[in-house]
Design a binder for this molecule. Structure first.
Ligand code: LLP
Length: 443
């Protein structure tokens, strides 16, 4: 039986999360519904911290909030002593409104606007991860106008082709992100940044991609980053205090997937860094990692209600649910695969092979081959591991309302994001007077 976090099957034969019966949650809050397992999120955050502590390094665990930006999860990350990574004004505002200590906020992005940089400086956030030469100039000016010396790091591109979907690889030479180490742009960026009066360069970072299931890619990136630290020391006479190795650790979407454990991940990264530092005679910097998916991905489950069932003899059975592309675009974007079960009949054999389809005007198949216990209209289907980059990427396609999200723990559930109303969806539509006058003209 494939169960994640606190998921279990209760006496009613229903899937339970955080001690809450998912069929009851679906009845109470409606569907589609995201259920976030609070204990699992906290456990992942603690395990990640403990894994790096066990390596005897000074390390910041930074929650990459893009995975699931909302007040409640930001607050949990703050309570667990993490840092937070934001990548837009909206994510920054979310962290600030969640009372995240500004000193533990870091700001990423390849095309930050002047307004975003000003907001970040004004909010006195911990550090800004500068991505390009333009940004160095802009930020130096903004910091000077604000009369502050802003702490920064530089985002580097270490040339690593991680085996993950090409749309979520970011460490290759051919990427919009960061200063490439190859070709010397990264070294020039360090040189330039060191000369900026209003910026204090603490170190460098990289992020090679997401949903990485093979530890050697992390080893390669860490090795290249340490070589770069040695190059900076040799050519510019500077040793950095900080090294950020990004996020990217994969999760289990399917029972057969085996991502490295957090312990393995920490040991690989720190071991590689340590070995490199010794080789070059460098001191140990403070390490940062920026996990998003591995902290919240497995903690999320989407509950849908089954509607139409279409059987095409000898071909396939389509079980349509009341969400789809708008709450989970990942199958369409990345050919992402998911596991599901019939949460209403969770203790029965999940033995009917079906396709789970959404209800958009689109061939939005969420899972091409799912095994469900005899699904019938009204059953609750649970799709696992939807905590990262699902609600975060939800849309209003076909003018669907974005779903509600509840946080479940110890038998209690609380709404952390309300379901949008149809009025919310239409709230920004306008009918210009000029168009209305055309009615009169055409009648
Ligand atoms: N740090 C930086 C600079 C990043 O760009 C990202 C993710 C992370 C950390 C967190 O990576 P994680 O630990 O979550 O893998 N929408 C895609 C994923 C895009 C990831 C973007 N950057 C998906 O649904 O798979």
């Amino acid at each position: 039986m494939f169960l994640l976090g606190t998921q279990k099957i209760n006496d009613a034969g229903h899937l339970e999360i955080g001690g809450c019966d998912t069929v009851e949650l679906a009845n109470e809050y409606g569907t589609p519904l995201f259920v976030m397992d609070e204990a699992h999120i906290r456990a992942q955050m603690r395990t990640m911290k403990a894994a790096f502590d066990a390596q005897n390094v000074d390390c910041h665990i930074t929650y990459a909030s893009k995975a699931f930006p909302c007040l409640a999860i930001a607050r949990i990350a703050a309570q667990e002593g993490l840092w937070i990574d934001v990548a837009s004004a909206g994510e920054l505002l979310t962290a600030l409104r969640a009372d995240f200590p500004a000193a533990r906020i870091i700001f990423h992005g390849n095309n930050k606007s002047v307004e975003e940089l000003e907001m970040a400086v004004r909010s006195q956030i911990g550090r800004i991860i500068v991505d390009n030469f333009d940004e160095l100039e802009m930020l130096d000016r903004i910091a000077s106008e604000a009369g502050v010396r802003q702490q920064i790091m530089l985002r580097l591109t270490p040339r690593v082709d991680a085996h993950t979907h090409k749309l979520i690889q970011t460490g290759r030479i051919d990427t919009k992100f960061g200063f490439n180490i190859d070709g010397g742009s990264a070294l020039r960026a360090v040189e330039t940044a060191l000369k900026k009066e209003n910026l204090e360069l603490l170190g460098v970072g990289c992020h090679i991609g997401s949903q990485i299931l093979d530890a050697p890619f992390f080893t390669l990136a860490a090795t290249i980053m340490v070589e770069f630290l040695a190059q900076v020391r040799d050519e510019l006479g500077v040793e950095f205090e900080q090294l950020d190795l990004g996020g990217g650790l994969g999760v289990r979407y399917l029972p057969e997937q085996t991502p490295p454990s957090m312990e393995e991940y920490a040991a690989t990264l720190v071991g590689t860094v340590r070995e490199g530092l010794e080789k070059f005679g460098l001191m140990m910097p403070q390490i940062a990692v920026e996990p998003g998916r591995s902290l919240v991905g497995e903690a999320g489950t989407t509950l849908y209600r089954v509607g139409t069932i279409k059987r095409i003899p000898g071909v396939r059975t389509y079980v349509s649910v009341d969400g789809g592309l708008s709450d989970n675009p990942r199958p369409a974007l990345y050919e992402a695969r998911y596991f599901a079960l019939n949460a209403s009949h969770a203790s029965e054999a999940q033995s009917d092979r079906v396709a789970i389809a959404g209800k958009h005007c689109e061939t939005d198949v969420l899972i091409e081959e799912a095994d469900l216990a005899a699904p019938t209209r009204g059953d609750i289907v649970a799709v696992y591991a939807t905590g990262a980059y699902n609600y975060a990427m939800a849309s209003n396609y076909n003018r669907f309302r974005r779903p509600a999200v509840v946080l479940a723990s110890d038998g209690e559930s609380d709404l952390i994001i309300e379901r949008e109303t149809l009025e919310d969806v239409l709230a920004h539509d306008l009918l210009p007077e000029r168009l209305i006058q055309k009615d009169a003209a055409t009648v």
